[in-house]
Design a protein around this ligand. Structure first.
Ligand code: GAL
Length: 990
């Protein structure tokens, strides 16, 4: 009945032509080779084999527990990616000019080794500038004191960036696929030399040339590229010769794109735009995306895999995960693929945590990004879809380097079909989606195409925003797939028979046509399917509905046996194709290793799960996470475990600098040292900027002495403090007031110019002390290459003056203090991002082994906090059951609301690590996941909270709780990250 309706519709509707290619790349461009990596206009080739690069990004520096890097890499691989892209953050490794650290949480070599061990190719993106919502876009703190313009060929800047490049390039070079010259071959296939450099003057061209030459001189031999901010045609290879493009030294052209809308303020995804044609089917020329560089393959170095979230939002990550989640991936990533973009990397695959002082002013601590892997390391539903899409890419190598194959006839004008073919094998890829692709209607239609095995009409259905990725005319193992209206997820060969897994939307009808020399025997083992054999063509047509799992065995007909598994989407998502085996059931399969007659599987379960395995007949013994299991066994799920309440709090006041009698003898005097900031300051002012004194991260204190006078009526400040930054002003130990920078996008406000009325005390004769704390919530990025990262941080100027009358200010002698040692780190293990200059931090109050027995007992929630900073400490034990992987977080206040009614902020230290900042009245983040390795899951832990408030009643710490955010049985072994525990273990730096 349904089939008859479809045919009738096909007759009535005016046939619509599918997408027609408008501008093709230069398909006759010669192959360019860089050792084992080569490319032409159609695709990258590895060892001469055309390969789709299917990648997503992670930042190791956003997960300060190196053992867990492997967890992410395994999950990426299991989600169907064959490549991972890494940014490296120069500033993370360099506290001081000439000082670099690649140990512990900064061990890039270890990261690259892990990626190699997990079988992922690697794209390295080493800056010098990376952006990445990092403070200074990844530039080191000390660079803001340089007068030379960054991202140009200014010699001072080049000397600085060469320091970094020499070191990072040497590590990357060792891990290249082309070998380290000593017999080791790694997995790095592509290398990026700058990031979205959208200024294209001769100074940038010379800079680009320098970066290219530097990478080559440092032994990087794989193709080099730059990621254009959009499809501008910036820095295309010299031989591109497309009008209005900007040539550069690069081998390949790549660009970035985040199309497809955003979430609304109410947290709803929008579908306001269709997937763009940024290649074969779009316009050519400079705006032609891939075709701005006709001799190189379509290459998206970043394509939206989510989006970042900002101070003061309503909490966008769950929405971002849906906005750029299921269906979006099919529609948008599929349109890219159809457009010949055969290198795609999704930003982010795992976002992680901008812990400590890593964040740029645009973001708060969580960099979850709505990515496929959540900040808590959970595989979101969109990861399952990625696994299915990646499964197709792995199953059909012919997809790499496909070109347009000509239009097909479609019975509905609400639908379009992109039709591509492999020039080598004639295999087809058909992307079926709405026209425009953000269409949301439910349509039944058919399309008719001349496929390699004949002319066929395929009955189809699209319900809402969606796309289908179909293949036709392909050899799969020993089988010939004429076409299928189901999508292919996996194909594997075992003991001479083929196993194929296809899937479709729940309850939708599907058909799969396979070709045979003679009628094969069809046995439906489970579920429902009917079959018909067309002897004239040799076509076996299987018809079914996608419902649960249907199993069909097909034998004879002149081909090897085939087990065809037909799942609905959810059933398909429960399969993992790892190496030679197919596994059904668990929430994750990480690895499958066959040794002799033993199969060792590792993975995770979220609940008790039946296990089904398709393995070669030689396999007799199976282990799951090291424990013997039988095929068909049920795997246990995780056990619940209790979390302790945080009760035993101790407190100590933390702003002694405010006291008039505080000893600041060792502090640096504010002087007239050179001023490199882009922020204009009033004439005749000394250089008050924190960076000029070597304090780049977190909090900095100023103390200024002046003689009391009737003119001391108000204090005017100009300061820089990043997104939602703060300044607190005390006079002789009492809070005069505070100023907070309002949160917001798109360019957050990052400086302030408040004025405070001074109390009568300031006018009393004698010496007075002004104590000012500035909390620097990050330096700006340098997105537009305008030295924006050199915007002032700390005080720019401060004047005590009369309210009216002639312009006059009272002379003040200023001093400054910040992080212990400044650029000479007291705690090089935790590194640059961990500490600012709170008195408690300088004394090691945040460290787990600090002896707080002399502190007073405290209660949380508190109702009254003094103005300034108050430290809280608590210890607790955890006992996560062995063999379980959990993510535990710290939660503040009422988790159902993005903001608290009361105002205060907290620096959160867990076992000495600064795991982020909670700003109660700004939000939206209230829950801070702490990675295992920082948190001891089986033993003692300490947290220290530096709570800063204005002293108004009620503005005090709310309830603090431990929460379990994820719990599975499985995981990998995670060791504690070794780091100083007591103040005496810190380096003596002051
Ligand atoms: C890109 C940039 C990335 C990151 C991203 C947004 O423009 O290259 O570093 O900032 O935007 O998350």
């Amino acid at each position: 009945m349904r089939a008859a309706l479809v045919v009738a519709a096909a007759l009535l509707a005016v046939p619509a032509a599918a997408q027609e290619a408008r501008q093709t790349a230069n398909f006759s461009a010669p192959v360019k080779s860089f050792g084992r990596v080569s490319y032409d206009a159609r695709s990258l080739m590895i060892d001469g084999k055309r390969t789709i690069i299917w990648s997503s990004e992670m930042h190791a520096f956003r997960l300060p527990s190196p053992d867990l890097w492997r967890d992410i890499l395994q999950k990426m691989k299991a989600s169907g990616f064959n490549t991972v892209a890494f940014y490296f953050d120069w500033g993370f490794h360099s506290p001081k000019q000439g000082v670099y650290d690649f140990s512990g949480i900064r061990d890039v070599d270890r990261l690259l080794t892990m990626a190699e061990e997990e079988g992922l190719w690697v794209i390295t993106r080493a800056g010098p500038y990376v952006n990445a919502e990092l403070t200074r876009g990844g530039f080191p703190g000390w660079l803001v004191n340089q007068r030379g313009r960054a991202r140009t060929d200014d010699p001072e800047y080049l000397a600085a960036s060469d320091e970094w490049l020499t070191r990072i390039n040497a590590i990357i070079a060792r891990h290249q696929i082309n070998g380290d010259g000593k017999g080791h071959q790694g997995n790095v296939i592509l290398h990026q030399i700058e990031n979205e450099l959208a200024l294209t003057t001769p100074a940038q061209r010379r800079y680009m040339d320098h970066l290219y030459a530097k990478a080559r001189a440092d032994g990087i031999t794989v193709p080099l590229f730059h990621n254009d901010q959009g499809r501008n045609g910036y820095w295309v290879p010299e031989d591109s010769k497309v009008e209005k493009t900007v040539p550069g030294p690069n081998d390949m052209y790549a660009f970035d794109g985040y199309p497809g809308g955003t979430c609304t303020v109410n947290g709803k995804p929008t579908r306001g735009s269709a997937a763009p044609d940024w290649g074969y089917y779009g316009p050519g020329g400079a705006k032609g995306g891939a075709s701005a560089s006709p001799n190189t393959p379509g290459f998206l170095a970043e394509f939206g895999g989510g989006w970042f979230d900002y101070w003061g939002s309503n909490g966008g990550y769950e929405c971002n995960a849906i906005q750029r989640g299921k269906r979006f991936q099919r529609v948008f990533y599929g349109t890219n693929l159809a457009n010949g973009i055969h290198i795609q990397s999704f930003y982010m695959g795992y976002g992680g945590t901008s812990w400590g002082w890593l964040p740029a002013p645009v973001v708060f601590t969580s960099y979850d990004y709505g990515a496929a892997l959540s900040e808590t390391r959970e595989l979101r539903p969109k990861a399952e879809e990625l696994k299915q899409l990646g499964g197709l890419i792995a199953a059909v190598p012919d997809l790499a380097g496909m070109v347009p194959a000509g239009p097909v006839q479609i019975s509905s004008d609400k639908v379009q079909v992109y039709h591509n073919k492999s020039p080598e094998t004639d295999a087809r890829f058909l992307l079926v989606t709405h026209k425009p692709s953000n269409g949301q209607t439910s349509d039944r239609f058919s399309f008719t195409a001349d496929l390699p095995d004949g002319r066929y009409t395929l009955p189809m259905q699209l319900d809402g925003f969606d796309a289908k990725w179909l293949v036709a005319g392909v050899n799969l193992g020993g089988q010939r797939l004429v076409y299928s209206t189901s999508e292919l997820q996996a194909i594997l060969k075992q003991d001479g028979r083929d196993i194929a897994l296809v899937y479709g939307r729940d309850s939708e009808a599907g058909e799969t046509v396979l070709r045979y020399a003679s009628a094969p025997k069809v046995t439906v083992l489970e579920g429902g399917a009917t079959s018909a054999f067309d002897a004239a063509k040799g076509d076996l047509k299987l018809s079914y509905a996608h419902r649960g799992l249907t199993r069909v065995r097909i034998s004879g007909g002149g081909r090897p046996d085939l087990l065809l598994l037909i799942g609905d989407e959810a059933a398909g998502a429960r399969f993992w194709h790892v190496g030679e085996v197919l596994v059904r059931g668990p929430a994750l399969v990480r690895s499958a290793k066959i040794k002799g007659s033993s199969l060792a599987l590792t993975g995770d379960t979220r609940e008790a799960t039946p296990l089904e395995i398709w393995a070669p007949a030689s396999v007799r013994n199976i282990t799951w996470n090291g424990v013997k299991v039988s095929a068909g066994a049920s795997l246990p799920g995780p056990a619940d475990f209790p979390l302790p309440a945080l009760t035993d709090w101790r407190v100590a006041p933390g702003s002694p600098e405010a006291n008039p009698g505080y000893d600041d003898r060792d502090w640096a005097k504010i002087d007239n040292r050179p001023y490199a900031s882009i922020t204009a300051r009033a004439d005749g002012q000394p250089n008050m900027l924190m960076d000029a004194y070597g304090f780049h991260e977190g909090d900095v204190w100023y103390r200024g002495r002046f003689g009391g006078t009737p003119d001391a009526q108000r204090l005017r400040l100009h300061y820089g403090a990043g997104g939602a930054g703060l300044v607190q002003v005390f006079l002789d130990g009492n809070l005069v007031g505070q100023d907070e920078i309002p949160a917001g996008l798109p360019r957050p406000i990052t400086t302030g110019a408040p004025s405070f009325a001074l109390p009568d005390a300031a006018r009393a004769p004698g010496e007075h002390v002004l104590s000012v704390m500035v909390r620097n919530n990050g330096h700006n990025w340098d997105l537009d290459a305008d030295d924006f990262h050199k915007e002032a941080r700390g005080l720019v100027s401060a004047s005590v003056e009369p309210v009216a009358g002639p312009s006059f200010s009272v002379p003040i002698a200023w001093k400054i203090q910040g992080r212990a040692g400044g650029e000479d780190l007291a705690d090089p293990v935790r590194g640059v991002a961990n500490n600012g200059g709170l008195d408690g931090e300088r004394r090691g109050w945040h460290l787990p082994g600090f002896d707080d027995r002399g502190w007073k007992a405290g209660t949380v929630p508190g109702s009254q906090a003094p103005s300034g900073t108050l430290w809280y400490r608590a210890g607790f034990d955890l006992a996560v059951p062995k063999g379980q992987d959990a993510t535990i977080g710290l939660a503040f206040g009422d988790r159902s609301k993005p903001r608290s009614p009361v105002a205060y902020r907290v620096l959160i230290f867990v076992n000495g690590w600064n795991m982020g900042q909670f700003i109660a009245h700004v939000g939206p983040q209230r829950v801070f996941p702490i990675p295992e390795g920082i948190l001891n899951h089986r033993g003692r832990n300490h947290i220290a909270l530096a709570v800063t408030a204005d002293g108004v009643r009620g503005n005090a710490l709310e309830q603090v709780k431990l929460v379990t955010l994820r719990n599975v049985r499985g995981g990998i072994r995670v060791r504690m990250v070794a780091a100083p525990s007591t103040p005496s273990e810190l380096k003596q730096v002051d």
